[in-house]
Design a binder for this molecule. Structure first.
Ligand code: AMP
Length: 279
């Protein structure tokens, strides 16, 4: 496995690559969710590249950026274990050189949900992913369904900017109790960790109600809100029943069209998200 840190080193390493190239972009603090993306990338491509970059532009709170967990040595060992061929782990200046002054801003898809809760977040995501896609020129790039809106925003960005990298969404990897793996889980206190599966329970309760015929958006949102309200350590940020293609909030869930149940919940200073596609 080769580790490169500059655009120059990256270009040189990529010049030696033959066959299809699969990319897994990450912010490090790697877990089994990231590993699953790496395995899929390996299965489908001759060469795999992972990036490790905690992107300051996608954090709407400076404190959240500061406390984001980092451990590069451990991350590199995991990449090696997963058979990654090349790791790009740049500095902030390498990604955004002095004078950098462009923002990639996706429209309607980026506005609701995480976009509304975290102003500027998706501009930061779209901008860094556009740079990585341009620098790397991968055939395919792998993202987690856990961040459902993110993978949709990136797909729209790549289509609109005519970037030929195929954007692929991969299933959410969970703890045995249903909590979606996330680098942020490390910040949960033991009591918060014990409470955190309430996100999954709320989504599954709404899914079950939908399976039994409930089609009212308000009805399904209420099921999620009530489940979260029953957990004293959990403070909901939003619960959503949205169109699976546009993410517009739904009054009624139409049969035969995909919809997305999603939510964001705070436990103290830690904010977790999860979602469940239906339809
Ligand atoms: P991050 O390092 O948190 O920016 O995540 C890097 C990639 O891993 C993103 O595409 C995430 O959606 C994906 N990812 C994060 N958590 C999970 C998970 N539990 N299951 C699957 N993919 C995940």
């Amino acid at each position: 496995m080769k580790v490169v840190r500059t655009r120059e080193e990256l270009r040189a390493a990529l010049a030696a690559v033959d066959g299809s190239l699969g990319l897994v972009p990450t912010m490090g603090w790697l877990h089994d969710g990231h590993r699953s993306l790496m395995r899929r990338a390996r299965a489908e491509n001759a060469t795999t590249i992972a990036t490790i970059f905690v992107n300051p532009r996608q954090f709407n709170e400076a404190a959240d950026f500061q406390r984001y967990p980092r451990n590069e040595a451990r991350d590199l060992a995991i990449c090696e274990e997963e058979g990654i061929d090349l790791v790009f782990a740049p500095t902030v200046d390498e990604v955004y050189p002095p004078g950098f002054d462009t923002t990639v801003s996706v429209g309607a898809l980026a506005r609701p949900l995480e976009g509304a809760a975290r102003p500027g977040h998706f501009d930061g995501v779209a901008t860094v992913v556009a740079i990585l896609f341009s620098l790397i020129g991968a055939d395919r790039a792998y993202f987690g369904q856990k961040d459902a809106q993110q993978v949709m925003v990136i797909g729209q960005m790549a289509r609109d900017l005519a970037i030929p990298t195929e954007v692929i969404a991969c299933p959410t990897v969970r703890e045995p109790d249903g909590l979606a793996l996330s680098s942020r889980n490390v910040h949960l206190s033991p009591a918060e960790r014990a409470a955190a599966p309430v996100l999954r329970r709320a989504l599954l309760a709404a899914r079950e109600r939908w399976e039994r015929g409930e089609r009212s958006g308000d009805g399904l949102r209420a099921v999620m809100a009530e489940t979260i309200a029953a957990e004293p350590l959990a403070t909901p940020a939003y619960v959503s029943v949205a169109d699976g293609r546009t993410l517009a909030e739904l009054e009624r869930v139409p049969d035969g069209r995909p919809a997305l149940l999603s939510l964001a919940v705070r436990f103290g200073a830690t904010r977790l998200i999860d979602n469940e596609p239906i339809g």
